[in-house]
Design a protein around this ligand. Structure first.
Ligand code: SF4
Length: 183
């Protein structure tokens, strides 16, 4: 009998779309038991939310990855970001948007008994991984759960995930996701 458990830690990985989830999933699955978590109330219009969810469902089914889906709470998201609606991409609206999505991920991970939570948001070349990681760490400390810090765009992470997505013919969006970024 081994003296230690061979079970991998269970991570709830927040994902924003199928394309961005692919490379991170393959990277993390070496060390973690990964479950995907789709919670993106920022997405507009609703058909965009559904399209990205379809991409997630495709990879969940293809690679037998467990998937947990949150609610589409766009009214709540709009209310919580309204003060920053005129901010440029990368500004305070985005920080608030990361917080909303990661807060729900942390709470869900804690509630469902995961060892830690993480996000694929750091794979985007347009997003600052330092901001995302510091939000994750703050939430982790507040909720009493661990956060897995990443900078998934390094080592050509973004390019790699696009290549994997092309092979599966997954939907790839051309805007970040909210009504303001669509404009
Ligand atoms: S631009 Fe992207 S990260 Fe920023 S608020 Fe909109 S959806 Fe969220």
């Amino acid at each position: 009998m081994p003296k230690y458990s061979t079970l991998k830690p269970k991570v709830l990985l927040h994902v924003c779309c199928g394309t961005c989830a692919l490379y991170p999933y393959f990277l993390l699955k070496k060390d973690f038991d990964v479950t995907l978590f789709y919670y993106n109330p920022n997405l507009y219009p609703e058909k965009e939310y559904v399209k990205r969810l379809e991409g997630i469902k495709t990879i969940s089914k293809k690679y037998s990855i467990p998937l947990v889906t949150g609610k589409y709470e766009i009214k709540k998201w709009l209310r919580l970001t309204t003060d920053f609606k005129d901010e440029p991409e990368g500004g305070r609206r985005c920080t608030q948007c990361f917080s909303i999505r990661l807060d729900r991920t942390a709470c869900t991970a804690k509630k469902l008994g995961f060892d830690l939570f993480g996000t694929t948001l750091t794979i985007s070349p347009h997003k600052d991984h330092n901001i995302i990681n510091s939000i994750g760490l703050e939430l982790a400390s507040a909720k009493g759960i661990n956060f897995y810090q990443t900078n998934l765009k390094k080592k050509n992470g973004f390019k790699k995930t696009i290549e994997l997505s092309k092979k599966l013919n997954l939907y790839r969006q051309n805007y970040c996701g909210c009504v303001y970024s669509k404009k």
